[in-house]
Ligand binder design. Structure first.
Ligand code: FCB
Length: 478
């Protein structure tokens, strides 16, 4: 029997890798950069595993040329990175520091030179500390500051970066940053978290308008969301209600205003004990509801919930770090459960059907928008073998499963234009410090030497051929 033909992806499909500034750059005091909330948080004892910080991270600020060359060698044709706000605008307001912007100009030129499409995220969680000191995302002013910053970066790089994302995972910024406090700035105040969510939405809308006013019309503007793929434990009505609540609190709270110009009514009712939403001002929803070109979807694992019967309480933090405080406002009536199946080093269940479901859901929710998987990947306990190679068959299987789900969604009519592996390199995994390795490329944290894992070689072959290679060959290709 001849082998079945491997499934081909569309010819223009983007095969990328993703990173974020604080997780890889290091050089935190160079060229005028000032602390962001993540510098402060990681330097606060007890906040990150092992007291790890991004001070050096993987030194990408100095090694970006090598890292771009690595991507080119692998055969990737796209790269998603984020800009450090406090490198560009150290106080979070006022004129830009050109030396900070110059780093991104050099990075983008290097990418373009190697035929790699840059995709720029303006905000991947590193708010300038001065803006947090002035109240942070729970304050409306932060949204105006973000729009100003967006205009600066748009004007500087809009001529050579076509793909723009305003925010990465505003859910994490609002609910892990101000709710459970496992992320910077580490506050635990549900009312503040909901205000933060609204001001992040407003920031997205205002930034989209600011970008459009300074950039060529051909450029694409998007936001990257990590709406939970919520599965109810049973079909009992109370479990279905619990699932709907978590869907509203992770998805509707953002895509409601961003895509449809309104918050779900249910959300107001569900959170009435926490906030009266009086921070939403006239005109805000129109400002948030801007036409977009694309939508970024970040997916790692599904979320299994039920009503919180006395006997059904699960971990409240839902795999997003340990805290006595739930990230979820007004959700004491919801219990979280471990989804069945194999798990990654994060304890996250491997379930590619969740990615398929997320894509198909947003195909319906956002018709006409191009979809990008802006993050997907897995942490495993990778180690070099005696000959220095890093074999990570679990990650190859993870990627194969999830890329197959993307392919199936495309075959079923979804307009998915690209996929960004999280992450290009092992890096600073927030509160987990350097303990969790998500990279396609292994980083020795002593020498900072980079070694592509077998998964990166497998993924590179997929990128070069436009089809998924057999998983057995992983590690023997290149
Ligand atoms: C996402 C973040 C990214 C990384 C991955 C594992 O939520 O956007 O920075 O931490 O999870």
């Amino acid at each position: 029997m001849p082998e079945p033909m491997p499934a081909a992806f569309p010819p223009a499909f983007l095969w990328g890798a993703a990173t974020s500034a604080y997780q890889i750059e290091g050089a935190v005091r160079e060229d005028g950069r000032t602390p962001s909330i993540w510098d402060t948080f990681s330097h606060t004892p007890g906040k990150t595993a092992g007291g790890d910080t991004g001070d050096t991270a993987v030194d990408h600020y100095h090694r970006y040329r090598d890292d771009v060359a690595l991507m080119a060698d692998l055969g990737l044709n796209a790269y998603r990175f984020s800009v450090s706000w406090s490198r560009v605008q150290p106080t979070g307001r006022g004129p830009a520091v050109q030396r900070g912007l110059d780093f991104y100009r050099r990075l983008v030129d290097e990418l373009l030179d190697k035929g790699i499409k840059p995709a720029l995220t303006l905000y991947h969680w590193d708010l300038p500390q001065e803006l947090e000191d002035a109240g942070g995302w729970p304050e409306r002013e932060t949204a105006y500051r973000f729009a100003e910053y967006a205009g600066i970066v748009g004007a500087a790089l809009g001529d050579r970066v076509e793909q723009w994302m305003t925010l990465n995972e505003p859910w994490c910024s609002a609910f892990l940053g101000y709710g459970s406090g496992v992320h910077a700035p580490g506050r635990t105040d549900h009312a503040a978290a909901l205000r933060a969510a609204h001001h992040l939405n407003l920031a997205h809308g205002l930034a989209t308008t600011a970008l459009r006013s300074v950039m060529p019309a051909r450029n694409s503007v998007a936001v990257s969301l990590n709406t939970a793929v919520v599965r109810p434990l049973s079909r009992r009505p109370e479990d279905l209600l619990a699932a709907r609540k978590i869907d509203d609190l992770s998805g509707g709270v953002f895509h409601g205003p961003i895509l449809h110009g309104a918050y779900p009514e249910r959300l107001f009712e569900a959170t009435a004990s926490v906030t009266d939403w009086s921070h939403v001002q006239d005109g805000d929803l129109a400002a948030i509801h801007q036409p977009l070109d694309a939508l970024g979807l970040n997916y790692y694992n599904p979320t299994l919930v039920s009503a919180a019967d006395a006997d059904a309480r699960g971990p409240r933090s839902d795999g997003h770090g340990e805290s006595d405080f739930s990230p979820w406002p007004a959700a004491d009536d919801v219990a979280f459960h471990q989804s069945p199946g194999e798990r990654t080093e994060m304890g996250w269940t491997v379930d590619p059907t969740g990615l398929y479901d997320m894509i198909m859901r947003y195909s319906r929710e956002a018709p006409g928008l191009q979809l990008f998987i802006t993050e997907n990947g897995a942490a495993y306990d990778d180690k070099p073998d005696s000959d220095g190679r890093v074999h990570d068959p679990e990650r190859v299987a993870y990627l194969n499963g999830h890329l197959s789900a993307v392919h199936r969604a495309i075959a079923d009519g979804a307009d998915v234009r690209g996929y960004y592996l999280w992450s290009l390199l092992d890096n600073f995994e927030w509160a987990y410090g350097y303990e969790k390795r998500f990279g396609g490329v292994y980083v020795d944290y002593v020498t900072l030497e980079r070694t592509p894992k077998s998964s990166a070689l497998w993924y590179g072959e997929a990128a070069r051929t436009g089809t998924l290679p057999p998983v057995e060959t992983a590690g023997r290709t290149s």
